[in-house]
Design a protein around this ligand. Structure first.
Ligand code: ADP
Ligand code: MG
Length: 254
């Protein structure tokens, strides 16, 4: 049986604005296994990105417990927390956020390698070029600024930057949503290859059920700040849950 890489128990996230409390995620539980690929799906505002950013460690839950390799992360020492931050990398819908606009793409990738001491300064240039080539970009893009790359190229570069950290879990929030169909397909093919080559766990957020089914082993369906059901990706079309039936039906009425 696959072992748990990450376990999230009863995760709640509330936001306060104008003196009122709003619950964006309510009592969500999830186990992510090693080498597993999971998709969070559901309508806009369901809490998918909130959950994904908590999983990526970029937001703290208001309530709940998180375990990484069976260790409660609230009890980790500083060095272990840093190691965990390295092992979980997030790629978002807008790759411009990943890069310092004033620096070259290569600088940002080398900085990731060096900050986690994954290579020496002398090795960083070659490692960076190899990473760019692994995501289908010429190594010459290392000397380009983010504004000189197209949306698809920049998304590839942000995947390269995430891979530089040698992650065990990649969190990918709507990474193809802002791209046109042809580029979208190429990025999905790249992610499928990476999944096979690296044996990295992947947590996707998708609004497209067909893509979710293709990219993942398991699908978690969210609605109104909670998980309503989950199923194996291969069983999505036969899932009897009324909300899943509604989501599937909505694809054909668009
Ligand atoms: P999804 O990704 O499923 O579309 P989100 O997780 O982005 O949903 O948002 C869930 C709900 O939480 C939404 O109603 C959104 O407006 C709200 N929300 C998200 N981030 C914040 C924030 N920083 N402050 C207040 N409300 C937020
Ligand atoms: Mg979202």
């Amino acid at each position: 049986m696959a072992s748990h890489l990450m376990k999230l128990e009863h995760i709640t996230k509330t936001y306060r604005s104008d003196g009122r409390t709003f619950c964006a995620l309510n009592d969500a539980c999830l186990c992510i296994n090693e080498h597993e690929s999971i998709s969070l799906v559901g309508e806009s505002g369901a809490g998918k990105s909130t959950f994904a950013t908590i999983i990526a460690g970029l937001k703290r839950p208001t309530k709940g417990a998180i375990y990484w390799n069976d260790q409660d992360i609230s009890k980790l020492a500083r060095q272990e927390k840093r190691m965990m931050r390295q092992k979980i990398q997030m790629v978002s819908q807008d790759p411009t956020q990943t890069f310092d606009q004033l620096r070259t793409v290569g600088y940002s990738i080398r900085e990731a390698l060096l900050s986690y001491k994954l290579c020496t300064r002398a090795q960083a240039r070659e490692r960076c070029e190899n990473l760019l080539e692994r995501v289908g970009l010429s190594k010459h893009y290392a000397s380009h600024r983010p504004s000189e790359l197209s949306g698809g190229q920049l998304q590839r570069a942000s995947i390269a930057r995430a891979l530089a950290c040698e992650p065990e879990l990649l969190v990918l929030d709507e990474v193809t949503s802002a791209l046109d169909m042809t580029v979208q397909e190429k990025i999905l093919q790249l992610l499928e290859t990476l999944r096979q080559e690296h044996k990295v766990s992947m947590l996707f957020v998708h609004h497209d059920l067909a893509v979710a089914q293709r990219m993942s082993d398991r699908i978690i369906v969210m609605k109104d700040a909670g998980i309503v059901t989950e199923c194996a990706a291969s069983e999505l079309s036969s899932c009897e849950h009324p909300y899943v039936r509604k989501l599937i039906a909505s694809i054909y009425t668009l």
